[in-house]
Design a protein around this ligand. Sequence first.
Ligand SMILES: [Zn+2]
Ligand SMILES: [Zn+2]
Length: 391
Amino acid sequence: MSEFIKAVKSLEKVLIAERRDFHRHPEVGYNEIRTSGIVAKQLNDLGMQVRIGVGKTGVVGLLEGQQPGSNVLLRFDMDALPIQEENDVEYASQNDGVMHACGHDGHVAIGLCVARMLVAQSDKLKGSIKFVFQPAEEGGAGAAAMIKDGVLLNPRPDYVYGMHLWNERPVGWLGATDGNMMAGSCSWQCTVVGNGGHAAAPHYTNDPAVAAAQIVVGLQTVVSRKLPPSESAVVSVTQIHCGDTHNVIPAEANLAGTIRYFSDSAYETITNSVTRIVKDIASAMGCSANVTFNTGYRPVSNDSDAALLVREIAKRTQDVNMVSNDERTAVSEDFSEFMIDIPGCYFFVGSANSGSGLDYPHHHPRFNIDEHSLPIGATIMASIASNYVLE
Ligand SMILES: [Zn+2]
Ligand SMILES: [Zn+2]
């Protein structure tokens, strides 16, 4: 570990410069052409076996030791968001309407720094490390695309680790929670079909607007009345579309929203309950309705031993002064795809600094991080891998 604290000091300038370079040139999901080109070249220059085009724009570098041993997968996501940056910094986005507003620029730079630190130790390496640079985390299912293209084969990882810079917490804070850490997500759409007519003669209609309004209220009871108090979940209505003018009762209303959950049983309870409420309320109002669910990312659930390892390493890492085992968020993340059958941990590295105005939330046009979080993230990632593959 001490070797990485020293190494990261000498690499810190490059780490920050690279993060700023990626920040200047953000690319949205599956368009990470420049970013993945730089990543592939750097990994190549470090002497790794490199695969490109894994999940369209993903890159995988394999660092192999002389002796057999475990394989550890380290994942760094690369994509930016379709947001116009409002930060007035020298390294602000040069791509109109695209911005690194989630911190993935920092993740890519950290990944390259970790690669350099571990390559420097490669004579002592037992086993191998897979450096995974993933496209399209922001809703594009980049992890699944990489898995489809074989990222979990040859060799199959024994452990998987990933991290997110986290502006909900100050720099110096680290969160690695046993079990559930991030929610699963699922969007839903519902169409209520009634019988429209003249707004002055509602008794000749079955008004889908009134049914839709009752459904919105009814859905508020799913989490509060159907889930045990120990479970947390979210059912949100985010769209209501109905009618075109003031004097016509429309024939149809459309609703949509999102569900967040932490367990398969909660998911089942919620979707069953939403379906029943939608159909039965519509029917009670003389309308009919159907609802469809589009499953998104699964919950991120950490292996307890892996989460403990991250917390132990964090406690020994310079500049980390708060280590948490109870951070949980309803935000979703497709790192969960890598964890389906492989133990691992996804953790948060605090990156906010309210004194410097660096505490805007993720996906905000003024989002920016305290760059002191970068060497912390790099040291911890390198130390995690070395725990398995360095003698
Ligand atoms: Zn994001
Ligand atoms: Zn993100």
